[in-house]
Design a protein around this ligand. Structure first.
Ligand SMILES: Nc1ncnc2c1ncn2[C@@H]1O[C@H](COP(=O)(O)OP(=O)(O)OP(=O)(O)O)[C@@H](O)[C@H]1O
Length: 712
């Protein structure tokens, strides 16, 4: 049985009955285990070495609203799976005057819900969305410390480093995505008088629920193996779950599985079901495909016995059976590799092709050209250095599509069949970047994960390593990265053997690296190693293809439905400064599509309050001349689209302006007239007209000089 929210809710209800947790019963605080005291002591040492003050109130400034919106969008999958569980968790602890918080991997609170009385007190110490609760910002606290140790953590009363936080009792559990990456923290915080011994258990169970739900949702057309060392734990939140691809490779796992298998997420993906469980995919399909199958007893490579059940998300077991029959070589190869595959050698360090739902599909470079001249130029320049071993440095504000471009470069290169490994240097806690990048040998350090792990650099072997937010890489590590790039070999932490590695490097930043060099925050030699080709992505407000991009994203969000934006919406979109760039545009459209329900037209009523405020503020502030120069938006000024118009491949306006032939304007004539008028108004300056119309110069030429029906 899978851990369904309902079943678990019942289990939780039962488990709390004897203690009377449902009413305001509290417990006496006792350190949960001997390791707890060490954890707190080590955290206090870290805080002291960071020169944090226990007395001075820490900085509570929350993120700006637009930055919080960006952080939430970045963590959309996490929120999607966590928020329903948070609500359920709150129901369980309602009587304890506490609150439930969700943070991202940097410790920034994304969502908080809770008891009204406590919310008022909590707001004084800024347990609120947008505020950062990492250890380096707030000292020892359950969220920050759980992020460092990657284990469930309680911090009670005066265990908090900062005195102002000592009225709190907090229980946190880290959350890992289906690939084993730490992505955030779930936390319950309340007044320390309301401490309850079962809170930590509830938080841990809720975190497991989030992870299992995410993993199960993410595993399409894959077989899932649910297992445990004890048969009676099958079907509980304690069971391990791994998803297996059609070629027998392991794709994802929950934390319980990784712990039982004693593997990191990256090492898991180098294994096959045969290698780890001693049974082929075909045998599993045969056994569990029958109606009355019973759990199987399987052996792990170290001899431990486990009990396993299997589930399948997809059209049916027979699909997997067919995949198995179609790929005898893959299975033979799988059988031949057996347990040796768990050694993380560089030539086996290729990731299997990621699960189709795990990462967004990579666009081609051509698909990034939607009519903006600066983007055209970026793509042209990037194409010239493809496969020439020239590192690319992508600069641009947040959300401008830096990672999307990096994926497109990888996709267009000879390395496309190799892995694309992205490392966000800003979102990994500073203390973990080194191990995350270079990996570590078993027993290399204490206080965090103790098993060995393959670093991201080695995982990218044969493919592309994407170093996002490179400007945030700590100075000390920059020297180490430079050495790896120069010598093309990596020595994991605690290891002695250097492993050769072949990666193509793309890095990205929103920071002016040259200024960082002047301020001695970025190494000049590393800069010159990374900047073979530097490209600058334009901010959305500078792009001339807002309408084309909007159409593309709207199509993506509508999934085949017919929807258009009305004139006022388009006017506001053109006025908006888009601080979150394309990411923000995508979010605004996604929300609007959802709010529109069955309506055929998106109106101002469907837009989020945040966006409306930003756009209206800009409109209020800008001089009348700027507003007057804004091009008329054709989409909104014409009749309702007919179904056949929706498929028009052109920009938003044109897709909606088709009119019946026979005396009235054709689509082409309307476009032609609009372009001519804009050109006349711009005094014949094609660049100005292009900018005002939101299309590229090339499109202007096409619209003016190509006959109707000619290819675009
Ligand atoms: N050309 C594009 N077409 C459609 N969607 C795009 C395009 N460029 C970016 N996006 C979307 O915008 C969002 C942000 O893109 P991406 O993560 O590549 O930006 P980024 O510059 O790397 O952001 P950050 O600096 O915050 O890491 C993603 O959801 C992506 O799918």
């Amino acid at each position: 049985m899978t851990a369904s929210p309902t079943a678990t809710r019942a289990a939780q209800r039962d488990s709390r009955r004897p203690s009377g947790f449902g009413h305001s019963a509290t417990s006496v605080w006792l350190p949960p285990d001997p390791g707890h005291v060490d954890t707190i002591a080590q955290s206090h040492e870290r805080c002291a070495s960071l020169r944090l003050s226990p007395i001075r109130p820490p900085d509570h400034t929350p993120l700006m609203r637009s930055d919080l919106a960006v952080a939430r969008e970045r963590n959309r999958c996490l929120s999607l799976h966590a928020v329903p569980v948070m609500e359920m968790l709150l129901e369980q602890i309602l009587a304890t005057q506490s609150m439930v918080l969700l943070t991202d991997v940097q410790g920034t609170v994304l969502h908080s819900i809770g008891h009204d009385d406590f919310l008022t007190r909590a707001s004084k110490v800024a347990l609120a969305p947008g505020v950062n609760w990492s250890e380096s910002s707030k000292g020892t606290n359950a969220i920050g410390t759980a992020l460092v140790t990657e284990t469930p953590t309680i911090v009670h009363a005066d265990e908090h480093f900062v005195h102002a936080n000592q009225f709190l009792t907090c229980s946190s559990s880290p959350i890992f995505d289906p690939r084993g990456n730490l992505v955030g923290v779930l936390d319950v915080s309340g007044d320390h008088h309301s401490f309850h011994v079962h809170t930590m258990g509830l938080v841990k169970m809720s975190a497991r629920m989030i992870q299992n739900h995410w993993l199960i949702e993410d595993s399409h057309q894959t077989l899932r193996l649910h297992f445990h060392l004890r048969r009676d734990y099958l079907g509980t939140l304690m069971e391990g779950i791994v998803s297996v691809g059609q070629d027998g490779k392991l794709l994802a796992a929950n934390r319980a599985a990784l712990d039982m298998l004693r593997l990191s997420g990256a090492a898991l993906r180098m294994n096959t079901v045969t290698g780890l469980f001693g049974v082929s995919l075909g045998a599993l399909v045969d056994h569990f495909g029958s109606t009355l199958s019973t759990p199987l007893e399987l052996s792990l490579p170290d001899g431990r016995q486990i009990h396993a059940n299997a589930r399948f998300n997809g059209t049916g077991w027979h699909q997997l059976g067919r995949a198995r029959d179609d790929q005898p070589e893959a299975l033979a190869h799988e059988a031949a590799r057996e347990p040796a595959a768990r050694d993380a050698l560089p030539d086996t360090a290729r990731e299997p092709t990621a699960h189709p739902n795990a990462v967004p599909p990579s666009p081609s470079l051509r698909q990034l050209q939607t009519g903006d001249a600066r983007m055209d130029d970026v793509v042209t320049r990037v194409k010239r250095v493809l496969d020439r071993d020239i590192p690319v440095l992508i600069q641009g504000e947040t959300g401008t599509g830096k990672e999307m471009l990096a994926r497109a470069i990888h996709q267009g290169s000879r390395r496309a069949s190799g892995p694309f490994i992205a490392v966000n240097c800003a979102s990994i806690p500073e203390t973990l970047i080194e191990s995350e990048l270079f990996g570590y040998e078993e027993g290399a350090f204490t206080g965090a994960r103790r098993k060995g792990a393959v670093g991201k650099v080695l995982q990218a072997h044969g493919g592309t390593l994407f170093l996002d937010e490179i400007g945030d890489m700590p100075l000390g590590l920059q020297a180490r990265l430079l050495r790896v790039l120069q010598e093309r070999e990596v020595t994991p932490l605690g290891g002695t053997r250097a492993l050769p590695v072949d990666v193509s490097v793309i890095s990205a930043t929103h920071q002016p690296l040259r200024e960082l060099i002047d301020r001695k925050q970025f190494r000049e030699d590393l800069y010159y190693r990374l900047n073979g080709l530097v490209v600058q992505l334009p901010a959305l407000r500078e792009r001339t293809d807002l309408l084309a991009l909007t159409e593309k994203l709207l199509k993506r969000e509508c999934r085949g439905r017919l929807l258009r934006l009305d004139a006022e919406v388009l006017r506001l979109m053109q006025a908006c400064r888009w601080p979150g760039n394309i990411r923000q545009l995508a979010t605004v459209l996604r929300t609007a599509v959802a709010m529109a329900g069955d309506d055929a037209v998106i109106t101002v009523d469907h837009l989020s309050e945040d966006f409306l405020q930003d756009a209206r503020r800009t409109l209020d502030e800008e001089p009348a001349s700027v507003a007057a120069s804004r091009p008329p938006v054709s989409m909104a000024q014409h009749a309702e689209p007919r179904p056949s118009d929706a498929a028009a491949p052109d920009g938003l306006g044109s897709a909606q302006v088709g009119e019946a032939p026979g005396g009235r304007s054709t689509l082409h004539q309307l476009e032609h007239d609009t372009v001519r008028r804009a050109l006349a108004e711009a005094g014949g300056n094609i660049s100005v007209a292009a900018r005002r119309l939101g299309i590229s110069r090339n499109t202007i030429y096409r619209k003016l000089y190509w006959p109707p029906g000619a290819g675009r």
